[in-house]
Ligand binder design. Sequence first.
Ligand SMILES: [Zn+2]
Ligand SMILES: [Zn+2]
Ligand SMILES: [Zn+2]
Ligand SMILES: [Zn+2]
Ligand SMILES: [Zn+2]
Length: 169
Amino acid sequence: MTEGTRFCKNCKRDVSTANFSLHEAHCLRFLTLCSECDEPVARKDMKDHQTEAHKQVRCNLCCRSMQQYQLEHHKTKECHKRAMKCKICELEMPFNKLQEHLNTCASRTERCWECNKYVMYKDQKKHKDICQNSGLSYYKDVNFQTRNAYTNAKFIDPTVIISGCKQPV
Ligand SMILES: [Zn+2]
Ligand SMILES: [Zn+2]
Ligand SMILES: [Zn+2]
Ligand SMILES: [Zn+2]
Ligand SMILES: [Zn+2]
């Protein structure tokens, strides 16, 4: 038997092809779409659904009134007082405060350790990639020290002195 699904128009769900005719018969008989929210609901539960899902409730954060079934979506995606995290400093605050906070948060500056320039907090990550001194300064220092060490070594290396000054041992 081939695996596959067919879309049931009645309940708006994908149903496995194998069970489709069975499902459809059953579905048409027992399920119906709620005219208000388009959710498949068992016919016998429609009254309950209407009273439960479509009763008026208030969001306890912003006090907006809406129907019960909308509340969850509202609280997670819409409510302007839902808690959101600032993506810069990760502080949690109500959504309606976030934009203002983001502006201040984003314009805060911090000194870059590498180049001593003040970099906006929001640009820190970007700056690390483009900072002229990042990594380089360390590398340069190391190079410099190695060269010094090398020069010193040359200076005290007897064989070099011999060859350099052509003096007998
Ligand atoms: Zn169905
Ligand atoms: Zn409904
Ligand atoms: Zn709300
Ligand atoms: Zn912040
Ligand atoms: Zn820098």
